[in-house]
Write a protein that binds this ligand. Structure first.
Ligand code: GLC
Length: 668
């Protein structure tokens, strides 16, 4: 690709990550804007006082990333409070928007530290683990142009099947076939729409990938079939670790073919995750990746057409070696009157057993015959697990677009599948984080995404569930998921069922709009969720707005994310926006709002959608599942010119594992 707006520099001997597919020619000399250390593993940039910084995909904190230090390092950390530095994905792309405007992508598969005004308030200091990386500087007249330039570089984002825009229910765990049937029946008998139910680790035999418990799910094929007749797809989890067990074919094949990651001595690297001791398939080894990908066929043959790949940072609970040392340490202190600092050190020894850097450093890959230490490629593990499945699906079932998303990711994986935002908590702050992560992920190519609605860990309240759902209806991946031992949070369990049902119906009315905007964003390398500052370039209030988003071409959202609120302050960034106060898809009032600050009252059973001037919101009649959605039932809300028209993208079949998408234009 020849793109005068993108400049590429190569330092040292970088590992080929696969992030970039439309590469540009290499520049020599000094990159513009930034200062490189001699090494050059450090990059600095001095920000103007009001410069804003965007990007970094799946990260804590706001849309403007300024004022914190982030580490791009795939990490399994469910307690992600605002002071954490890493989450599950590594997305080292950022935009500086202020006195100067440029984008920067560091293509490097180990840890990168982005200090964005943390040590020194006006300084960006980026530290790359080793001076072996590719640097891309992307120029444009607006942040949107920079995003498009970057997205052209990294290739088209994944488009899931249309049904994956329906509402999906999950829990760790629905333990038996009957549990699954009960969830579907409860949603259906209460008149809620539903498109998918998830199978967490307990559908397996002893947490062994590609097995099904004959005791708890004796009839999986029949269950899949009967659920589908109800419009509901079943989506099983696949974990990265393969249980070590004689007689378990996946383990034996992996071992016999040398498909697992190795330790320093060339033996299979072992550690413990859900099944106890496991080996990790070496997803960076092409043969191993192909072998593992083809294993999904076992479940696809039972009618399964969606998967979520988990624990692929990879998460390690402990390695035996380090566990033994910790146990020895504990034993050595028996009866000793230890001081408080020794006690803290002891606690850290135990807590530090999981996801330890020492274990990662002891793990090796075989990349085209070369032995590569895991440290060098850490951020590519989940990406390549998901790529292995995505590649295999085209071989196994080219006539199906199989849903696929992952927990860990790196840029490049956005072409193979979606991601969910990992193990969040039933906290109000994580509702807001869900909102703020959407645009940051879109910048990095991750379009099919969403948070575990209502929160994964911890106990939710009905009020949090309702408010979160009011944002959830806009998440492309709209999944309610919760952890073992937490309060049940299926939407039919709450008192105010009508309010939940109305919101779910509204989602189904919105799906043709959301799907069309999603597809167009992918086709045109745009973002579907945009901060106001990207659109209203000269507006200082829009620039500072951290809790409202433009969703597609027509609308803005400003969800409530605080408890006991009667409404919220909303900034209206243009004259004559129309606030549509919706109680149900066909029960709403409209109000014209002038540009400026407004306090908008929003009772918990209402949703307010803001329609942009001259645009329309197309809504269709809700349906029990996506298969029953009829775009011809569309009605438009808004005020628009006589010649206004809106084009729906419609899934019209599948070819080579991808949806065939047709367009149909409607006039109000
Ligand atoms: C991990 C996943 C979570 C899943 C759990 C059990 O924590 O992130 O979604 O429910 O494992 O499989």
């Amino acid at each position: 690709m020849n793109d005068p707006h993108i400049k590429k520099y190569i330092f040292g001997d970088p590992f080929e990550t696969g992030a970039v597919v439309n590469d540009v020619s290499i520049e020599t000399g000094n990159p513009p804007y930034i200062i490189l250390d001699k090494d050059p593993s450090a990059i600095t940039y001095t920000m103007g006082k009001s410069d804003r910084v965007y990007g970094l995909g799946e990260s804590v904190r706001g849309i403007n990333k300024r004022g914190w230090i982030y580490e791009m390092y795939c990490s399994d950390d469910p307690m992600h409070t605002e002071t954490k530095r890493s989450l599950y994905g590594s997305h080292p792309f950022m935009i500086v928007d202020g006195e100067e405007l440029f984008g920067l992508f560091i293509d490097y598969a180990d840890r990168i530290v982005f200090d964005i005004g943390y040590e020194s308030v006006n300084t960006i200091n980026i530290r790359v683990g080793a001076p072996d990386y590719k640097l891309y500087i992307i120029e444009g007249c607006t942040p949107d142009e920079i995003v498009s330039g970057f997205r052209r570089l990294i290739g088209k984002s994944y488009i899931p099947p249309f049904w994956a825009f329906g509402f999906q229910q999950s829990r760790w765990s629905y333990y038996t076939s009957n549990d699954v049937r009960r969830v579907i029946d409860s949603y259906k008998s209460d008149g809620f729409p539903l498109d998918a139910v998830y199978l967490d680790i307990d559908y397996m035999e002893d947490f062994k990938d590609f097995t099904v418990s004959s005791e708890r799910f004796p009839d999986l094929a029949e269950l899949v079939e009967s659920s589908k007749r109800n419009g509901v797809h079943l989506v099983p989890i696949i974990d990265a670790g393969v249980k070590i067990e004689e007689g378990y074919d996946v383990y034996e094949e992996g071992r016999d073919n040398g498909f697992f990651c190795k330790d320093e001595n060339g033996e299979d690297f072992t550690a413990a995750v859900w099944p106890g001791r496991v080996c990790f398939p070496d997803f960076l080894n092409k043969d191993a990746a192909h072998w593992f990908g083809m294993k999904y066929k076992t479940l696809i043959d039972l009618g399964i057409d969606g998967f979520w790949n988990d624990m692929n940072e990879p998460a390690i609970f402990y390695s035996e070696n380090r566990l033994d040392k910790a146990i020895d340490k504990v034993a050595s202190l028996k009866g000793v009157n230890i001081g408080i600092y020794d006690f803290f050190a002891l606690k850290d020894t135990v807590l530090g057993l999981s996801n330890s850097g020492e274990d990662y450093s002891a793990m090796y890959h075989n990349v085209n015959g070369e032995r590569i230490c895991h440290d060098k490629v850490h951020n590519l593990f989940g990406y390549n697990m998901t790529k292995s499945a995505s590649d295999a699906f085209k071989e196994i079932a080219p006539d199906k677009n199989i849903l696929l998303f992952s927990r860990a990711s790196y840029i490049g994986m956005h072409r193979c599948g979606g991601i969910w935002m990992g193990d969040n908590q039933s906290w109000w702050s994580h509702l807001k984080l869900n909102l703020q992560m959407l645009p940051s992920l879109n910048m990095c190519g991750f379009m099919y995404t969403g948070a575990d609605l209502v929160g994964f860990g911890d106990n939710c309240t009905e009020e949090l569930a309702l408010r979160w759902l009011a944002l959830g209806i806009f998440n492309p991946l709209m999944r309610n998921h919760s952890a073992l031992g937490t309060r049940d949070q299926e939407f039919y369990r709450f008192e105010n069922k009508d309010a939940f049902r109305s919101l779910l119906n509204l989602r189904y009315s919105l799906i043709p709009y959301l799907y069309s905007e999603f597809v167009r964003s992918v086709e045109q390398d745009k973002m579907m969720f945009r901060p106001l500052s990207f659109e209203y370039r000269e507006d200082k209030f829009a620039a500072a707005c951290e809790d409202q988003l433009l969703v597609g071409d027509s609308i803005m959202i400003a969800p409530v994310y605080e408890p006991n609120a009667i409404g919220k302050n909303v900034y209206i960034p243009e004259e004559n926006m129309i606030a549509v106060r919706m109680r149900a898809y066909d029960d709403y009032t409209v109000e014209h709002l002038s540009k400026g600050h407004h306090f908008i009252e929003i009772p918990a059973n209402e949703t307010v959608i803001y329609i942009r001037k001259g645009k329309a919101l197309p809504l269709v009649t809700p349906a029990a599942c996506t298969a029953d959605i009829n775009p011809d039932t569309v009605k438009f809300i808004g005020e628009f010119a006589d010649d206004y028209e809106y084009t729906f993208c419609i899934e019209a079949g599948v070819q080579n594992g991808e949806s065939i998408i047709t367009k149909k234009t409607y006039k109000p």
